[in-house]
Design a protein around this ligand. Sequence first.
Ligand SMILES: *[C@@H]1O[C@H](CO)[C@@H](O)[C@H](O)[C@H]1NC(C)=O
Ligand SMILES: *[C@@H]1O[C@H](CO)[C@@H](O)[C@H](O)[C@H]1NC(C)=O
Length: 182
Amino acid sequence: MASLLSSTLLSLALLLIVSSSEAKDFLVGGDTEAWKIPSSKSETLNRWAEAHRFQVGDSLVWKYDGTKDSVLEVRREDYLSCNTSSPIAEHKDGNTTVSLPRSGPYYFISGAAGACEKGEKMIVVVMSKRQRWSGGISPAPSPVEYDGPAMAPVSGGRKLAVRIKGGLVGALTLMGLVGMIL
Ligand SMILES: *[C@@H]1O[C@H](CO)[C@@H](O)[C@H](O)[C@H]1NC(C)=O
Ligand SMILES: *[C@@H]1O[C@H](CO)[C@@H](O)[C@H](O)[C@H]1NC(C)=O
């Protein structure tokens, strides 16, 4: 019985570690053709970004025609004014991976002439590790503060709820086991 208990504990611990530490690659816009001028106000890349939870260690991946477009990581002011003249980083290989090593906002605009002004731009707000653990419970960084997309606690919250539910079931199972032993 004791060995069953410890193996249950071990697998629970492993499950927790595996489910919380995997870094994700996000294909920007969810599509290889997504880095472009949005076709409508409701289909912006910020809409896409709002619907996802980015965490420290995750990466963004862009697929686009490198002969016609590029991805510029810029400062907030340059994002707001679509100023392409002094980016933090410029990518034009058509297959760009940007890792997200810190929490907070990241600003991206298109380097194609006039594209940023027409909405080809995106803010990604990365959650810190602490925010990850408290998940949907603590309020996300204020969108006003970043002038960026409103956060969507819905998807993260749901995931957290599932995780909590899983934890509860595990805890109840454990309590049952302990009860059987005593
Ligand atoms: C764009 O940024 C550069 C460097 O920060 C600055 O010199 C320039 O005046 C800016 N252009 C506009 C149109 O704001
Ligand atoms: C894009 O880059 C990734 C890793 O950087 C690589 O695995 C993949 O094969 C590349 N895809 C294309 C189409 O070049």
